[in-house]
Design a protein around this ligand. Structure first.
Ligand code: GLU
Length: 470
């Protein structure tokens, strides 16, 4: 039985495959939230038993992904492969208790028995279950678990409710391969026990494994953890998440310019929620989260919602941090940047960040301020610069030269006053001024653009355009 008062320990147990799936990120988040909510501990186990895939690089992707998400574990990672000796020790215990046996079936025998079992609608049965080991043999063997032949095993799942499995449907799974390598279901049980994991919170693709694992727990007389199997994340169309739905890996979301706090907020709502609250802080999520409130139905990724949540956090974010992130994104994208790019971003970001759904978009919105003089003016911009407009912009340059307060509100007042003196509406020269200041790139309103560019750069861009030969 699960002891309700034991200290809460959760864990995320990813296999290093080279990328970190968004589903793994959500599982990590729920484990983290639940541990924080209960004042418990949140651990990381790297399930690196697949030696071909588990490269140092693949492990690093997980460590980096968790660090980026702000979900670093409360202790050093446990590496599953390094614990093979503990796994083998558990097998020795099971053998000595008569709960496991050596099975000498050959590969061909297993294949033939599997065929028969399928035809007879039962699970594989090994003749070695109740037979003594052959004496003085060097024949290779695997160690199988002696699964009960009758009764049922109930996974009392915190999300799914009680789910029962008939024991006769669970075959005698292999615990140790013939090369002595422990198998997944054994390793998970031994590791979770040794790590004192109280709550196994993971994707519901592992629900079937839970029944097998419970049997191993019982045979080893380990205290059972509580299980919570989380619903899958589907694409916006309700189909299983796949490449065609867009980004799936945490690294891709980072590169597209989503902020980690936005990801935490958005992912928390995939399968869980607090009423209709769409935007909430980590502290609120921690206070509210209970794994028992996770829903059973698959969650759907919704790109509009991610964008909305990300925009919210971009607006809240510190401009210096945004400038650093934007600079990094622009550098990654290649292209020339002025030496004072960061300062220019710092001046521009406060004026445009409200409209940005990602850091990449923020970069686009800042682009006008980063271009070096003289700007390249396209035909559309040049067409706006007729003689009248040039004359007017020359007068404006003089007025702006004398403008003492270079803040957007003061500039806005200055532009209005100038239009009044000229006896025209702002529309008469606004488009041309905008083109001259931005070179056709998206830009905030005129006063904002002037404010972001600063006096020297603004007047310089105006002069460049006015001195151009037609
Ligand atoms: N390593 C498994 C996976 O990546 C998780 C196992 C578990 O959480 O028990 O799917």
């Amino acid at each position: 039985m699960f002891a309700p008062n034991r200290p809460v320990v959760t864990r995320i147990a990813p296999s290093p495959t080279g990328s970190m799936h968004i589903g793994t990120a959500r599982t990590a988040l729920f484990n983290w939230l639940y541990a924080r909510h209960r004042g418990g501990t949140y651990l990381l186990r790297i399930e690196d038993t697949d030696r071909e895939r588990s490269t140092q690089g693949a492990v690093q992707v997980i460590l980096d992904g968790l660090a980026w998400l702000g979900l670093e574990p409360d202790g050093p990672p446990v590496f599953q492969f390094a614990r093979a000796e503990q796994h083998r020790e558990a097998v020795r215990v099971l053998l000595s208790k008569g709960r496991a046996y050596r099975c000498y079936m050959t590969v061909q025998e297993v294949a033939a028995e599997r065929e028969r079992a399928r035809a007879e609608g039962r699970v594989l049965a090994s003749p070695w279950r109740d037979r003594e080991a052959p004496s003085r043999t060097n024949a290779p063997f695997v160690v199988r678990f002696k699964s009960p032949l009758s009764g049922e095993t109930v996974v009392d799942d915190l999300v799914k409710g009680p789910v029962s499995f008939r024991n006769k449907d669970l075959d005698d799974l292999v615990l140790l391969r013939s090369d002595g390598a422990p198998t997944y279901n054994l390793a998970v049980v031994v590791d979770d026990h040794d790590m004192a994991v109280s709550h196994v919170i993971r994707g519901d693709d592992h629900l079937n494994n839970a029944a097998r694992q419970i049997l191993i727990y019982q045979a080893l007389e380990y205290e059972l953890p509580a299980f919570a199997h989380l619903p899958m994340i589907h694409g916006p169309d309700g189909a299983k998440l796949s490449k065609r739905h867009g980004a799936q890996a945490v690294g891709e979301f980072a590169e597209l310019g989503y902020l980690p706090e936005a990801m935490r907020n958005y992912l928390a709502r995939l399968g869980w929620g607090h009423g209709d609250d769409e935007l909430f802080s980590d502290a609120q999520a921690i206070a509210w989260f209970d794994v028992a409130d996770v829903v059973r139905a698959p969650a759907r990724l919704d790109w509009n919602k991610i964008a909305h949540v990300n925009n919210h956090y971009i607006r809240l974010a510190d401009d210096r941090r945004l400038a650093a992130l934007t600079l990094e994104a622009l550098k990654r994208a290649g292209g020339d940047l002025p030496p004072d790019a960061e300062a220019r971003l710092m001046a521009t970001i406060p004026l445009v960040k409200e409209g940005a759904k990602t850091i990449l978009e923020l970069g686009e919105l800042c682009r006008f301020s980063l271009n070096s003089r003289p700007l390249v003016l396209d035909d559309k911009a040049l067409a706006l610069l007729d003689d009248d407009t040039r004359a007017r912009l020359s007068r404006l340059a003089l007025v702006l030269g004398a403008q003492s307060d270079w803040t957007p509100p003061a500039l806005s007042a200055g532009l209005r006053a100038f239009a009044e003196t000229e006896g025209v509406g702002l529309g008469k020269f606004g488009a041309a001024l905008r083109a001259v200041l931005s070179g056709g790139a998206p830009a905030p309103d005129l006063a904002g653009a002037l404010g972001a560019l600063g006096r020297d750069e603004s007047l310089g861009r105006l002069q460049d355009a006015l001195s151009r030969l037609r």
